[in-house]
Design a protein around this ligand. Structure first.
Ligand code: AMP
Length: 275
């Protein structure tokens, strides 16, 4: 992989990179189109990274269909699909991990201990091996994008990070590889995340700016659906991820809900008339 990149970089070509865990969907493809648009060559990776899954999470059941992924990547015009294997990437004795002090202590980081350490470590390893000029990440994983941007700055990676908007199904559900595991009933319940986000934006336009009240309304509406267990509903500063009590500037509302055994996340930037 590294030799391939070196060859094209020497020839003056730029390389963009989209890391994924596979079971590709239109959200991934949209990131790839952006990557293709931004550089001469496009590399994607497919790797279900064990170090970002905690005990009891869905590492063993994460959906996978490499043949289908290869076909989709080929149709988009991906130049390389990089699929490292776990024992090459984490050989016996592997003992180095990347940490960050502040951003992981919010949102998903609180309930998924060690998750972002695993994410940062794998992304740094992939960056070192692929050596891209540009990398594209989805805003759907809002906290992940913020953490990667911080890591790239702090550790002097010479890579431009591009955030890409969330791609949704026609009814608004944020696309996710995990959606494939939802039953028809759970699929309906999953819609409650985007409905709560949209309703909150509407309330804000009607000048309800108290975060506690907005969160309570969203909590009531999501938990009225069967099979839901809310992990968090937060309204925070988009840069620091600290809670915001009164919405007088753009904020991000972030939601994580277990629908059955499927963990779903979504978020939206909310703006009031004042912000
Ligand atoms: P994953 O395979 O879930 O690890 O995701 C790989 C990349 O695709 C990450 O940068 C995600 O943020 C991004 N992504 C996942 N779902 C979507 C979506 N619905 N819209 C845009 N980007 C997405």
């Amino acid at each position: 992989m590294t030799n391939w990149s070196e060859h094209y970089r020497k020839g003056g070509q730029s390389i963009s990179f989209v890391p994924t865990m596979g079971f590709l969907h239109e959200g991934h493809l949209s990131l790839m189109k952006e990557g293709k648009h931004q550089a001469d060559k496009l590399v994607i990776s497919i790797f279900v990274n064990p170090t970002q899954f905690g005990p009891g999470e869905d590492f063993d059941t994460y959906p996978s269909d490499l043949d289908r992924d290869f076909k989709m990547a080929r149709e988009i015009g991906v130049d390389v699909v990089f699929t490292p294997n776990t024992s090459d990437f984490y050989p016996q004795g592997f003992d180095t991990f990347i940490n960050q002090e502040k951003l992981p202590n919010h949102l998903c980081g609180l309930s998924r201990s060690g998750h972002f350490q695993g994410v940062m470590t794998i992304v740094a390893k992939l960056f070192n091996v692929v050596n891209p000029d540009i990398a594209v990440f989805g805003e759907k994983d809002f906290q992940q994008l913020a953490i990667i941007r911080r890591m790239v700055k702090d550790l002097n990676f010479n890579i431009r990070i591009i955030g890409h908007p969330t791609i949704r199904e026609a009814d608004g559900l944020a696309m996710s590889s995990r959606n494939s595991k939802l039953t028809p009933e759970q699929r309906l319940t999953a819609l409650s995340l985007i409905t709560a986000l949209k309703n909150t934006q509407r309330s804000l336009e009607n000048r309800i700016t108290d975060a506690e009240m907005l969160i309570k309304n969203a909590t009531d509406s999501i938990s009225s659906h069967p099979d839901t267990e809310i992990d968090y509903i937060k309204i925070c500063d988009p840069d620091t991820l600290d809670d915001v009590a009164e919405i007088d500037r753009p904020v991000v509302m972030a939601i994580a809900v277990n629908v059955g055994t499927n963990r779903l996340i979504d978020n939206m930037i909310l703006k009031s008339d004042q912000s």
